[in-house]
Design a protein around this ligand. Structure first.
Ligand code: GLN
Length: 305
């Protein structure tokens, strides 16, 4: 398997030149666009790796499924569902153009920024510091890595420049969808996005989602199968943003991307995959990462369709 992964990285490496580093968060523009790594944990207990799989990068939007898990574990599906919708577009079947003058929870899903910002308010904790600590602990637990921590420079960089997310959060506040202080909620969101991980961490988290909520190797149950199904279903339809349909056709497994260059893929009952390649396409997804997953999916028949 290691050889297969080496071969795939080799075949796809030229795609790293086709993407661009995220620069709207200035600190992310310091990444090396040449980096490319992959790590896989399979249900037979083996792990396989190739390339720069030990490099650390910020989790960015791949924290969204973990935020969703924490919100589900703290509140159950009904409460979460009331606050954040589950539809890719949230628009009716005959919608021509979205010019709604109102914003409803059904217009959000947990994999877009507004949905994720709203989910920060659902995490239990007296303060936003405590809410973030609980999310960080869950991330460490799922990844089996107690050393996972915050990338302070990326966090401060996004906090300083995140005016679009501020606008989104104030809209949520205007429409009564969050009650707390906008800056407190955003601080938790920016920290969440700045958690530093490696491909191995993402593979382990992905494996737990593939394995009905049970950790690799120990089989300890962290969350019920019902939550794994909820999160995987939303990853399938919304995890790659407005590239989710094409990804479903070409790769065919639940996955989540982040603008740090990571992709976490979940192959139900079979494997968890972590990929890193920071050059992104226009939709904010790793170009070479997607190509590697397409290649791997074809070779190992990973598509669930
Ligand atoms: N922190 C980033 C943002 O809010 C996350 C986006 C992403 O990874 N797609 O813009």
């Amino acid at each position: 398997m290691d050889e297969l992964l080496e071969q795939i990285l080799k075949e796809c490496h030229h795609y790293t030149k086709e993407g661009k580093l995220a620069n709207y968060i200035p600190e992310l523009a310091k990444a090396n666009p040449d980096d490319f790594g992959i790590y896989i944990i399979s249900s037979d207990g083996r792990s396989s790796r190739a390339g720069d799989c030990d490099k650390k990068f910020t989790i960015q939007s791949i924290v969204k499924p973990i935020l969703l898990l924490q919100a589900l574990m703290d509140n159950g599906t009904e409460v979460v569902r009331q606050h954040v919708g589950v539809e890719a577009t949230g628009k009716p079947f005959d919608a021509i153009n979205a010019s709604d003058q109102t914003l409803l929870s059904d217009h959000l899903n947990p994999m877009v920024n507004m949905g994720a910002i709203a989910m920060c308010t659902l995490i239990h904790g007296e303060t936003y510091e405590e809410k973030f600590q609980r999310l960080l602990e869950l991330t460490r637990k799922l990844a089996g890595n107690p050393e996972i921590c915050l990338d302070e420079a990326v966090y401060l960089s996004e906090k300083r420049t995140g005016s679009k997310n501020r606008a989104l959060a104030y809209l949520l506040k205007t429409y009564g969808m969050i009650g707390d202080e906008v800056e407190d909620v955003l601080d938790c969101y920016f920290r969440a996005c700045s958690i530093r991980v490696s491909c191995a961490d993402l593979a382990r988290i992905g494996y737990t989602l593939a394995n009905h909520g049970k950790l690799p190797f120990t089989n300890e149950s962290v969350f019920p199968v019902e939550f794994a199904r909820y999160v995987n279903a939303i990853l399938m339809t919304c995890g790659m943003y407005d590239g989710s349909g094409e990804f479903a056709i070409k790769v065919g497994v639940p996955a989540k991307s982040g603008v740090g260059g990571g992709i976490m893929a979940v192959v139900p009952t079979r494997m968890g995959i972590g990929i890193y390649s920071p050059a992104l396409n226009a939709k904010g997804n790793s170009v070479a990462g997607i190509k590697a997953l397409e290649n791997l999916s074809q070779k190992l028949y990973l598509s669930i369709f």
